[in-house]
Each structure stands twice: as C-alpha cells, then as structure tokens.
Design a binder for this molecule. Sequence first.
Ligand SMILES: Cc1cc2nc3c(=O)[nH]c(=O)nc-3n(C[C@H](O)[C@H](O)[C@H](O)COP(=O)(O)OP(=O)(O)OC[C@H]3O[C@@H](n4cnc5c(N)ncnc54)[C@H](O)[C@@H]3O)c2cc1C
Length: 452
Amino acid sequence: MPHEGSDVLNLPALKINVDNNARFRYLDGYWFRLIDVSICCAPAEADTQFTVFDSSAWKKQLLIFKEYILLPSNADVVVVGGGVIGASIAYHLARRKISVVLIEKGDLASGSSGACGGTIFLQTKSPGTHLELALESSRRFVHLEQELGFGFEYQRHGGMIVIESEEELRTLEQFVEKQKNIGLDVSLLDQKQARELEPSLSETILGASFSPLDAQVNPMFLTFAFIKAARDLGAKTLAHTRVTGFCKASHRIKSVTTDKGEIQTRVVVNAGGVYAAKIGALLDLEIPIKPRRGQLVVSEAIGPTISRCMLSAQYIAAKFNADLAQKGGGVSIEPTASGNFILGSTREFVGFDKSVTLEGIFHIAKHASRIIPCLKKLNFIRVFAGLRPYTPDGLPILGTVAGLDGFVMAAGHEGDGIALAPITGEIIADLIVDNRAGFPLEEYNLARFYPK
Ligand SMILES: Cc1cc2nc3c(=O)[nH]c(=O)nc-3n(C[C@H](O)[C@H](O)[C@H](O)COP(=O)(O)OP(=O)(O)OC[C@H]3O[C@@H](n4cnc5c(N)ncnc54)[C@H](O)[C@@H]3O)c2cc1C
C-alpha cells in the first residue's frame, strides 16, 4: 500500500513477497495470513518490509509496513488495546520474558494515544499517590528513549501554569505551597519573572507557576517506541484484529476470542482506553470509564516563540469542575519539536463523537492568543479531536478484578495516559509476573467504585 507521493527508499531486500490481493500465502512451509496493514515507525532491521514516506505533519519518516503473522494459538498474556498503555504493558511483559500478544482493533495508536497532547506535567497533580505515580513515571522518561532504542521527542524544558485572575492566583498559591511541602520542585512567579522566562507571554497575565520537572513527548512516537521495543523482545502485535469475547471456566479466564480466531491464555489485560467499559461488558463487568472529548488545533511551524509547555490555570480546574469545562475549560499550549504548536483542548461529554466544532476551535484559538498574543498571526493547518478515558474520580483503574481471576485492568487515565504510560506498564507487568505491583494499588482498584 504505497502512500500517495511516497518515496520508496533503498531498504533491505524484502523478505516476503507482498501480494495485496492474497489473504493467505504459503511461505517457508507455513500458511501466513494477512493480518496487519498499519502505519508505524518500524525499525529498519525488523522482519518485515516497508515503504517509507515523509510525513510533513510529524517531520519524521513514518513507515508503512505489511506484516504477515500467524494468529498465535496461545500466549501467557493477551493485552487488549494498542494505545500507549497497552504498548507499554506489552513491552514491560516482554522485558520480563513473558510471551505476550497485543491485540488492536484498528491501527496501532489509532485511539486516544494518536489524538492527544504530549505534555508530562507533574505540578498539575495533587499531592498523594497520583503525584507519586507521576513522579515515578517521570523518572523513567529520562532514560526511556535510550532504553527503547527509539526517539520520541522527549524534551524537558519545564512547564508553566499561567495565572490570569486574582482567584486563580489565590488557588495556585495554596496548591504550590502544598506541593513544595512534599518536596516538589515548583515555584510561583510574578508577571515579570514569568515574562523573563517566556518573553512572548502577554502583559495581561498575573503570573505563573513553574516546575523544571515538566516535560513533553510526541505521543504517537512514544507508543511506537514501546511497540518496537516489545516486538524486538518477542512480543506479537496484531492490528486490525478485534477482541469479541472471552471464555472462562468457573471464575478464571481461559481464552480470548477475536474476529481472527481464538487465543488460549490465563491472563488478559484490559487496556482498551475509552472502550474499556465495552470490553468489560463482554464479561458482565461494569467499568465506569466514559469518553471525554478534547478538540485540538495544530498551527503552522514557526521559529522559536516559547520553549516550554503551558497550561492556563482554568485548564487544570476544568478537569475536576464540569461547569468550568462547559464554559470552555482553559487552554494548553504545546510547542513541538517540529516548530508547530498543538493547542488544546475542550473537555466535553458527547459520547464517542470525534468531530470538531467551530465553537470549540474558536475558544481554543481565542484563549491561546490571549496568553501568547503572537499566536494570533499563525495559520492553523489541522484540527482534530480525541477522547480522554474519563473516570469519575480522575484516577486510572489499575489492577486485578475481584471474582475474575486472570483479568487485569489498565485503563481510564483521562488526560494523563501519556505521562503515566511508563509506570503503568511496569506496575502491571510486575503485578502479573510477581503477583504484586511494587506500588500501592488499592486506590486504583475497580472495587473503589463499588464499596461493599
Ligand atoms: C485532547 C487530548 C489531549 C490529551 N493530552 C494529554 C497530555 O498532554 N498528556 C497526557 O499524559 N495525556 C493526554 N491525554 C490523554 C491520553 O491521550 C490518554 O490518557 C491515553 O492516550 C490513553 O491511552 P490508552 O492506551 O489507555 O487508550 P487508547 O490509546 O485509546 O488505546 C486503546 C486501544 O484499544 C483499542 N480497542 C478497544 N476495543 C478493542 C477491542 N475490542 N479489540 C481490540 N482493540 C480494542 C482501541 O482501538 C484503542 O486503540 C490527552 C487526551 C486527549 C483526548
């Protein structure tokens, strides 16, 4: 499936002769079934063949590859969901020498992980286990590109929360104090100090909180980096394969049914993001995760304007306050490695609708250029929307499920899934392999929504 206008580069000789019309091919004594045609940053040395094209949007070479693999008949663990969470879990399991199959109904990273921002903010988290989880994840990010052998545009220039009203200032003063008390490196800047750090900030702002620990990544590349590393370690990833059911005996998972066949397994991880509730429903589980839409705007690329990610104070407040979210919900401003800005994003409950609205885009553009006035001059090149996997308390659902042996939850990260992906993968792999997570998971268990 060469991409229109693509450049076919001089890559190693094809190992399998691709015939687009063949559903099955006989090769080296095996019948291979065409399972996967997806976009991915595949490693050049992988056992696949590629067509390469230059993606102006991401300014990187993405690789379209066609992969011939057999649906495995069994695996130690089946991960449902090829987003950043499933990919991280697959990698961490493979690293621990567990045979793992990741199943994705669409393209890899085609869900929330392919339609989101890439900020890794620590100062937005309330002191407690959520901040501890984020801190653990942030420590892993520092060496993750090297560990995975794949760049995902990790940049740690710190982050700012921009204050625009006296009320926000009072709230932030208290919040920052609490965070400082537990040792987080965060400080409150007045307008002059904030503008010294970021001269493009408007003179109308009152100040900002700043933490040098905040960072950012390219979320799709992060997902692909986990996928590549997992595959290098022997994990199988099946895109365009849908999980349609599960078999259990008594209270234990026995197998996973897909539209391509069945896989025997004793452990399933539900990393289905906003679809986690639908996956749970196949086992009569009630999982309170629902989609919360976020619209995003991508600007044209320009030279250096601001060097770190910014959130308006309203953006944080809107996460926990539905009224504020309804009124617009603040804004996030993310300068990317390629010089484009990603501006976001609304917080709306509109089911699985991923369309964008004029109202949403207008709000984002207006608020972003109020904070950074020179953004007014920029053209937008793309708008899109993604769905955050929302839970009622803003925390993900992680861990085992009472009464159903072999079913593990790893979903509901709302607006933090990119930031929490490394630690989530590690925790879930430890839980499966060692029977304990190395991090207290009580607060994250599904059971918290169903007190006895
Ligand atoms: C606008 C917006 C901005 C955001 N900004 C940030 C940010 O700056 N920082 C941050 O940390 N987070 C951010 N997030 C949140 C982040 O995107 C999510 O938390 C994260 O991507 C969730 O990853 P996931 O793997 O759980 O879900 P997904 O990426 O959605 O992966 C789940 C996958 O499961 C697959 N699936 C579902 N059902 C089945 C089935 N039956 N069979 C097979 N496969 C199935 C889906 O196709 C999907 O690909 C943002 C989100 C949005 C929408």
